[in-house]
Design a protein around this ligand. Sequence first.
Ligand code: GMT
Length: 377
Amino acid sequence: MNIAIVCYPTFGGSGVLATELGKALSEKGHSIHFITYQQPVRLSGFHANIFYHEVRVPTYPLFDYPPYETALASTMVDVILNNHIDLLHVHYAIPHASAAFMAKQILARHNKAIPVITTLHGTDITLVGRDKTFSPVVKFSMEESDVLTAVSENLKQETYRNFNLDKPIEVIHNFVDVKRFHRKSAPGAKSLLAPNGEKIIVHASNFRKVKRVDDVVKTFIKINEKIPSILLLIGDGPERPYIESLCRDHEGCARIKFLGKQEQMEEILPLSDLFLLPSEYESFGLAALEAMAAEVPVISSNAGGLPEIIIQGNCGYMSNIGDTDDMAANAIKILSDLEVHKQFKKNALAQAEKFDLHFIVPIYEKLYAKLVPLTLS
Ligand code: GMT
């Protein structure tokens, strides 16, 4: 099939998932056309049947707000007409689903019918999308998509709760390429980061308020009082200056390292002993799943879809949002006993394997085949 995928090209989970899906589909022989405003961060290297179409938004003195959605819809039309595209799969509703609706209408005038799948990822529903500035358009474009999918049961229920939607939503959980993350760490790297055998604790996010990165720091400080540890903070975003000042006010500051945005998570995660994700909300928590694939147990909040991927007391622990005492106590339980840690690591990998791309990608392919029956081989 020739499939067009629209996503955010940045480090956010929706862009990561969309890019990994495109890569996995291309390996199965499909031709993938990414339509984004920048090359997706996870799309490195040459892939013979992956194509990247950049959305260019011309500047003009009149435009205080460059009309990205119009440029995106026009690029969709152009790519679909000129590359025999069978199906359009958009990730994150805003503004991708409404641009897809517009493109579909234009294409109909060219006698080209194009099925549209919209995958909901989280904040497009639970935060931004439900704001009344956007919600009428988000609701309409969800209703007009041929198929709606959500990355967790929790997000499906949140969508029904926030929008009075009369349309089925299919849950297709996010996935991970376990073999990519489950690898040995580079020799010597761990001792460079933790020269005295400290435990390595990792958090990765876009440093938005919803991630509660201050809870990461608070939890780490409590762990470090009992078990000497190093905290690696990966990613960047609006909360970073506040988090940096929070760390500087603390004497354990030298043990907290800001690594910034990192493309090769598969090289860092295998060095880690524990992953922290105390978010206010996660529709799924792809970052936690990638950590588990690298055999890293997870300490998280019990928000949103996290209970769909983490098994309490097996591959990690979940606590109430903001309960950093409980998070630290659970982390100490895992880290203070080598045998317990080993078991949690093993369980984390086994749990991640249930979400391996080999199980999930065929679900998307089946869905595509239902929408594009003539191209079924
Ligand atoms: O994590 C973020 O804030 C970025 C956001 C995105 O859409 O790029 O992530 C959302 O989608 C991910 C992939 O489906 C999920 O794993 C994240 O849980 C979800 N984030 C939230 O719901 C806050």
